[in-house]
Write a protein that binds this ligand. Structure first.
Ligand code: PLP
Length: 448
């Protein structure tokens, strides 16, 4: 019981010189919590001595943990450019500076500078999307999942949306096409089989309650073998013939052709636009290479209808998103593709990657064993399933350490690597050029 008497008094405890320079109110709060716990521990016979120095250090540690940002930058050495766990696409720094100016001052978000009257939030992005894609109109929402939901809710509430069974996918993070459809109020009309869907399946499915023929990008899986699917081009034709809406949830949706012949399986937004579709939607932060957003483009009267949906108010995007997205789209418009980090990484030649790998090898050769290897990686983010692209990596070994031990040591320094064939790889496909010296410093520190 004498221990209880030696519990420090809060008012005295918080005045310790060691707390100088810290926020008094936060130190007080943390100290009170600590002392309550301390009392309980004593009553439960969990401790038999009180060390005030230790208690002070305890409070300081808690304090530092609380104030240090939980969301931190990491180096993505996995080779996966659109890595959903690592924040997907990177934002160009100059774009960010422009957006910062908009966001840190008042702006014309919903103000028409010419007329001096209320303006339209979405007008800023529409002109750029029109010029780039030739669409009649456009709208931007929080992400592509909300774009899908909004489109279905606007046009298919208690009406049928026709979807191929081969496209009823789960995209991860609890986005399942059939579930999203039922939540939105749409009636799912499944057609075809898992491996085969034919044009006649679409034609036969249309009845007086059909609103839409919907196509969904398969994102994270492929069907191989005895298969057939109807290309979107043909879905558009059938929809016109039957006088219903066609809609393609493109998922990633890349604006222009991709390198490594990836386009043969996956036509770009610009290519799809040539088919004169009713509605398309795609993510802002997958292969488009911008900020989290869902972009819907298509026919004016349909976008008009979407704008009347009350849900839009809940899914609307912020000025920062609009500023970043507008700048990204302008880069496409001016064909400044190197200003889009995702595309810059995708377009870097294997020769250049090898050069970077060799320069790092040169720098760390004396510290650990490393070898330049040519291998393959995925783009990620549900973009081009099963399609590998060439890459170059440094394979790292150290003493007799196991790969997962090395991986963990690197991860503690926010360097995220990949393990392939029991070896830790530092894959240059997803590493920014100015990160190479940071990796050198991390390796030096870890293996010192
Ligand atoms: C990724 C994806 C979505 C969801 O997009 P978010 O921008 O992540 O909300 C929807 N549909 C498909 C086909 C996708 O690949």
């Amino acid at each position: 019981m004498s221990l209880l008497k030696s519990i420090p008094k809060v008012d005295k405890f918080i005045n310790n010189k060691k707390f100088n320079g810290f926020s008094k109110s936060l130190i007080t709060k943390l100290s009170k919590e600590l002392i309550v716990n301390l009392r309980e521990d004593i009553l439960n016979n969990k401790i038999d001595a009180i060390n005030e120095e230790e208690l002070i250090q305890n409070v300081i540690n808690k304090y530092n943990l609380l104030i240090s940002p939980s969301l931190q930058s990491v180096i993505n050495a996995t080779g996966i450019i659109v890595h959903t766990n690592l924040g997907r696409s990177l934002i160009n720094e100059e774009s960010f500076n422009k957006a910062m100016k908009v966001a840190t001052s008042y702006n014309n978000l919903e103000y028409d500078l010419e007329k001096g009257k209320r303006g339209e939030r979405y007008s800023h992005i529409v002109k750029t999307l029109q010029a780039l894609t030739g669409c009649e109109d456009a709208i931007v929402v929080n992400n592509n999942a909300s774009a899908v939901f909004l489109v279905l809710n606007t046009f298919c509430k208690n009406k049928e949306a026709v979807v191929s069974r081969g496209e009823l996918v789960e995209i991860g993070g609890s986005f399942r096409v059939p579930d999203v459809m039922s939540q939105s109020g749409a009636i799912l009309k499944e057609i075809g089989t898992t491996n085969k869907t034919h044009p006649k399946d679409y034609r036969n499915a249309v009845n007086e309650n059909t609103s839409m023929l919907m196509k969904v990008h398969k994102s994270n899986y492929t069907i191989e073998g005895f298969t057939s699917e109807v290309p979107y081009e043909e879905v558009v034709e059938i929809a016109k013939e039957k006088n219903v809406i066609d809609y393609y949830d493109m998922g990633s949706g890349h604006m222009i052709d991709l390198p490594f012949n990836l386009d043969q399986a996956e036509p770009s937004i610009l290519k799809i636009m040539q088919y004169n579709p009713s509605l398309l939607s795609f993510s802002g932060d997958k292969l488009l290479g911008s900020v989290q957003a869902g972009v819907i483009i298509g026919k004016k009267e349909l976008i008009e209808e979407i704008k009347q949906n009350q849900l839009l108010r809940m899914l609307r995007v912020d000025k920062i998103t609009l500023a970043l997205l507008e700048d990204n789209l302008t880069s496409y418009l001016e064909n400044r593709l190197d200003d889009i980090p995702t595309l810059k990484m995708l377009n870097t030649s294997v020769i250049e990657l090898e050069k970077r790998a060799r320069s790092l090898k040169e720098a760390i050769n004396d510290i650990c064993e490393c070898e330049v290897i040519h291998t393959q990686t995925l783009i990620g983010g549900g973009t081009t399933p099963n399609k590998k692209i060439p890459t170059v990596a440094l394979s790292i070994s150290y003493k007799n350490y196991k790969a997962n031990k090395i991986e963990q040591m690197f991860r503690k320094e926010n360097l995220i690597t990949r393990i392939e064939n029991e070896k830790v790889l530092i894959d240059f496909r997803s590493i920014k050029e100015n990160e190479i010296y940071k990796i050198e410093a991390i390796i030096t520190k870890v293996f010192k």
